[in-house]
Design a protein around this ligand. Sequence first.
Ligand SMILES: [Zn+2]
Length: 54
Amino acid sequence: MQACPECGDQVQIGQSARLNEIVDCAGCRSELEIVALDPVVLALAPEVEEDWGE
Ligand SMILES: [Zn+2]
């Protein structure tokens, strides 16, 4: 379990978690990227803005 950097909620990290995997925080719905393993470090994933206009 890791603390969400956004809201501090506990986020479950699976044993098979991989670097750069995106996990969702159940507390704030943020997308968190695993930026380091052993120990696991979570960072807010950059928001991908869908740009449909052109
Ligand atoms: Zn959160």
